[in-house]
Design a protein around this ligand. Structure first.
Ligand code: HEC
Ligand code: HEC
Ligand code: HEC
Ligand code: HEC
Ligand code: HEC
Ligand code: HEC
Ligand code: HEC
Ligand code: HEC
Ligand code: HEC
Length: 349
């Protein structure tokens, strides 16, 4: 009886040891045959020891143009702060610790398992790498839910991190890119006539000014600004991101769940509150402002969907014959179509 108990005790005590040695054997076994290396090794950061980080002046010896193009970058002053953790400083904050990279650089098959290469990465991986630092702009979860993320568009489709155009010609080196947004054809001529003659200076490291950048992928929408009546984007008085947040946070999504809230940040006078509200404007139902207006441009004055009785007849079909004029809001009639404080029929404000 007693013997059996001691035996059990010994077994119990030996169990963790047994498990441990089992694990050891297993890990040796897996270390033997090479596993497929990760193509985008963000894991380099968590694996790194302080010794793996090198003096980044070494990078410049082999990557002169890339180093020069970071010198004037808005990233530089923050990331060269010596108080930051090593994994958040300089070149290595984005490309991973330099030690392993330099040691393995000559290996013919896979130098890329030791350096984080954005030119080879998948779109989702790039976003993940940028959001190590930029999760105050938005979190990875927010990003994943955007139409852009779902369509495999990523940060570096809109942002140019190594901004070579901002440098003097002498510094730009051989990799200088005159046409980061790819708008020129190979002969260097404009591939198509510009929709936007006025091109303000790109900000926020964008590859081109917004209308050009966004218009490259959204040509149909960009073309709507060619209509006679349009929001003043081509004139440079507005940009696409005044209405479309490229990095919507959860709160913003909720707040802008219809575009009405967005429109009335700039046009508060039309939104009331009025004593006599007009349902489509007060947005109880439907698309709000977009029941009557086109957001980008229109061939009708005031960006209207239609410049005739048809506009109002979309909903008030019972009133098709009560007045024969061309529109319902001119000629002294419903002159205040957004709502009124004095008149249930919106004849005056
Ligand atoms: C002794 C030379 C040398 C040094 C020092 C060096 N690299 Fe490299 N690097 C290479 C070679 C060789 C390659 C692989 C060939 C290529 O694509 O240029 C490479 C590739 C890269 C790539 C991938 C390029 C791509 O195509 O996307 C990045 C990013 C990179 N290095 C960053 C760095 C950074 C950051 C440092 C400093 C921490 C650094 N390198 C230091 C030689 C070097
Ligand atoms: C904020 C992140 C960030 C920092 C900091 C950064 N890079 Fe990069 N690097 C990128 C991205 C993103 C790319 C992909 C091309 C692009 O967007 O410009 C890239 C591309 C490269 C390439 C490939 C060049 C090519 O055109 O194929 C090299 C080499 C490189 N970086 C080296 C460096 C060196 C050296 C430093 C430090 C002086 C540095 N990087 C700092 C993000 C960064
Ligand atoms: C190691 C941290 C870090 C990483 C990684 C990083 N950034 Fe930054 N980034 C910063 C800091 C710090 C600033 C400057 C402060 C700010 O504007 O928030 C900045 C600024 C910016 C700006 C604003 C520039 C301006 O003119 O206002 C953009 C755009 C940007 N980063 C994009 C990116 C993209 C895209 C990536 C991924 C390729 C990236 N960053 C990776 C730290 C980082
Ligand atoms: C590299 C190409 C590309 C660029 C650059 C680009 N987009 Fe997109 N965009 C897409 C794709 C692809 C989709 C998803 C498919 C679709 O709805 O057409 C999309 C979707 C959208 C949508 C639909 C709403 C959503 O989130 O689902 C809006 C709005 C939009 N983009 C606005 C913009 C704006 C504003 C810019 C400039 C700051 C821009 N895009 C730049 C490719 C691009
Ligand atoms: C469809 C184009 C597009 C994509 C994709 C995109 N951005 Fe931006 N980004 C912009 C535009 C336009 C601005 C300037 C307007 C603004 O501030 O909203 C900007 C501004 C920024 C800024 C500076 C201002 C701020 O809001 O903090 C940062 C940082 C930034 N982007 C980071 C990122 C990161 C990280 C990603 C990838 C997860 C990304 N961007 C993807 C278009 C884009
Ligand atoms: C005045 C605000 C405003 C401006 C400025 C603006 N948009 Fe829009 N955009 C809207 C609204 C509102 C919609 C929704 C239209 C709808 O649902 O029919 C929209 C729709 C879109 C869509 C289609 C989204 C989808 O769900 O299919 C794209 C793409 C787009 N805009 C791109 C752009 C681009 C590119 C620019 C800059 C050249 C731009 N927008 C400027 C307000 C604006
Ligand atoms: C960022 C500010 C801004 C936002 C957001 C905005 N607008 Fe505008 N809107 C303007 C400006 C600026 C003009 C041009 C006014 C001028 O030329 O005097 C304009 C013009 C108009 C006009 C024509 C006015 C006229 O007198 O001909 C209409 C209609 C209009 N906007 C409706 C909308 C609608 C609907 C939305 C939401 C989809 C919207 N706006 C969002 C700034 C904005
Ligand atoms: C029921 C249709 C309808 C709806 C819904 C509507 N509008 Fe209008 N809006 C009009 C008409 C019609 C005009 C032209 C009035 C005129 O020419 O006197 C107009 C004119 C405007 C103007 C030009 C300035 C003015 O007051 O005459 C702006 C700005 C405007 N609307 C913004 C908006 C915004 C923002 C919304 C959403 C909150 C909205 N509209 C919803 C029908 C509508
Ligand atoms: C998207 C649908 C829609 C459009 C477009 C629309 N209305 Fe209305 N309108 C309504 C609704 C809903 C009411 C309130 C319910 C009702 O009484 O019929 C209303 C009420 C009214 C009223 C108040 C009188 C009443 O019958 O209670 C007038 C006047 C009016 N609309 C005029 C117009 C004019 C003028 C236009 C064109 C500029 C217009 N509406 C376009 C939906 C619309």
């Amino acid at each position: 009886m007693r013997r059996r108990e001691t035996l059990r005790l010994i077994l119990l005590m030996a169990l963790p040891l047994l498990l441990l040695s089992g694990l050891l054997v297993a890990s040796i076994a897996t270390a033997g045959p090479k596993k497929k290396p990760p193509s985008f090794p963000l894991i380099l950061f968590s694996q790194a020891t302080p010794d793996d980080y090198i003096d980044e002046r070494a990078c410049a010896r082999c990557h002169a143009a890339s180093a020069a193009s970071m010198a004037n970058s808005p990233h530089a002053p923050y990331m060269q702060d010596p108080h930051l953790a090593l994994g958040f400083q300089g070149c290595q904050a984005c490309h991973g610790p330099g030690g392993p990279h330099v040691a393995h650089r000559a290996e013919a098959d896979h130098p890329y398992q030791y350096v984080i290469s954005y030119t080879r990465a998948k779109p989702a991986e790039i976003a993940q790498a940028c959001l190590r630092c930029h999760n105050d702009t938005l979190t990875l979860d927010h990003w994943r839910r955007t139409g852009h993320a779902r369509a495999n568009v990523t940060c570096t489709d809109c942002h140019q991190i190594h901004w070579r155009d901002r440098l003097g010609k002498d510094q730009a080196g051989t990799q200088g890119q005159k046409d980061p947004a790819g708008i020129l054809d190979p002969a260097g001529k404009l591939a198509r006539t510009p929709v936007f003659p006025a091109q303000p200076e790109p900000k926020a490291l964008l590859k081109a000014d917004e209308p050009t950048l966004c218009g490259r992928c959204h040509q149909a929408e960009a073309n709507e600004f060619r209509h006679n009546f349009h929001h003043p984007v081509p004139e440079g008085r507005m940009v696409c991101s005044d209405c479309h947040d490229p990095h919507p946070t959860k709160d913003l999504r909720k707040r802008f769940h219809t575009f009405k809230q967005n429109c009335i940040t700039c046009h508060p006078e039309v939104a009331g509150p009025f004593v006599y509200e007009h349902d489509p404007v007060s947005d109880l139902t439907g698309d709000g402002c977009l029941e009557c207006h086109r957001p980008h441009g229109s061939s009708n004055p005031r960006l209207l969907n239609a410049f005739s009785r048809g506009l109002c007849l979309q909903c008030h079909s019972d009133k098709a014959t009560h007045f024969t004029g061309r529109t319902c809001w001119q000629a002294g009639c419903h002159a205040s179509p957004h709502g009124s404080n004095h008149d249930v029929l919106f004849f005056r404000p």
